[in-house]
Write a protein that binds this ligand. Structure first.
Ligand code: B12
Length: 209
């Protein structure tokens, strides 16, 4: 088994004590950080499929998520740039009712590496909180909203409507597994991206940088 395959297997099995060391070993062996990340994302897809089939339950999903988060910590310096130039501030969060944060954290990391200062509101963020944070923090140019559940897609819509209705001069980018470019356009978001790498590109594009 290659190091990357091993990382994937151990994330799937939720071995959070082993994953950081294995990620480091894979990096030391010359594996590309993007390939290691892709393997961990694949592992989470497998976990999701097993959950759908009733083969595993919420606790197993949670321990796999923890293992992935530990692995991402080790990868972070290799994936993100130094963020030395500031294009402005980006407020990011997962919408109300939704506790998924792995994708949001990756998106935050990549948008930061594109040159934004990040204000991370965490998970289960009510629509008004995005507006408050955009008002309270200096130079906010972008708000990024994540939603992972079909049941929280209406909360994503509400977040976009509330931000847009606030009169603030900020752009809004949305994403998350159930979100499509069509849905993003329908709810009035300024941008959509399917993954963290594209999110960083779109973030710059949408503010005209
Ligand atoms: C881990 C996990 C959990 C963990 C989350 C822990 C954590 N800290 O995040 C826990 C155990 C808490 C959990 C709970 C639940 N979960 Co869950 N979970 C998952 C799982 C397995 C992985 C998610 C993940 O991290 N993926 C990896 C990351 C990297 O991918 P990502 O999140 O999609 O993010 C990428 C893109 O979407 C995009 N992106 C994400 N956000 C944003 C934002 C912007 C602005 C942009 C541009 C892009 C972007 O970029 C990211 C990086 O490339 C998925 C299965 C899956 N395949 O997604 C199910 C899944 C999302 N969960 C599901 C369900 C049903 C639940 C529960 C309702 C289960 C229950 N009965 O309690 C609860 C809901 C809790 C809540 N209120 O939120 C379903 C959702 C089904 C649906 N259609 O809505 C899934 C799809 C599993 C399944 N196949 O059934 N879950």
């Amino acid at each position: 088994m290659s190091k990357v395959e091993d990382v994937k297997a151990k994330v799937e099995a939720g071995k959070s004590k082993l994953v950081p060391g294995l990620v480091q070993e894979a990096l030391d062996a010359g594996d590309a950080p993007q390939a290691i990340l892709a393997a961990m994302i694949d592992a989470m897809s497998v976990v999701g499929e097993k959950f759908s089939k009733g083969e595993i339950f919420v606790p197993e999903m949670l321990i796999a998520a923890k293992a992935m988060a530990k692995g991402v910590e080790v990868l972070k310096p290799s994936l993100a740039g130094d963020g030395s130039t500031s294009l402005g501030t980006c407020v990011i969060g997962t919408v109300a009712g939704d506790l998924h944060d792995i994708g949001k954290n990756l998106v935050s990391m990549m948008i930061e590496s594109a040159g934004f200062d990040m204000v991370d509101l965490g998970v289960d963020v009510p629509a008004e909180k995005f507006v408050e944070a955009a008002k309270e923090n200096a130079n906010v140019k972008l708000v990024a909203c994540s939603g992972l559940l079909t049941t929280t897609m209406p909360a994503l819509k509400e977040a976009v409507a509330t931000i847009k209705g606030s009169g603030l001069d900020v752009k809004v980018i949305v994403g998350g597994a159930p979100v499509t470019p069509e849905y993003a356009a329908e709810i009035g978001a300024d941008a959509y991206a399917p993954d963290a790498g594209t999110a960083a590109v779109k973030a710059k594009e949408v503010i005209g940088a």
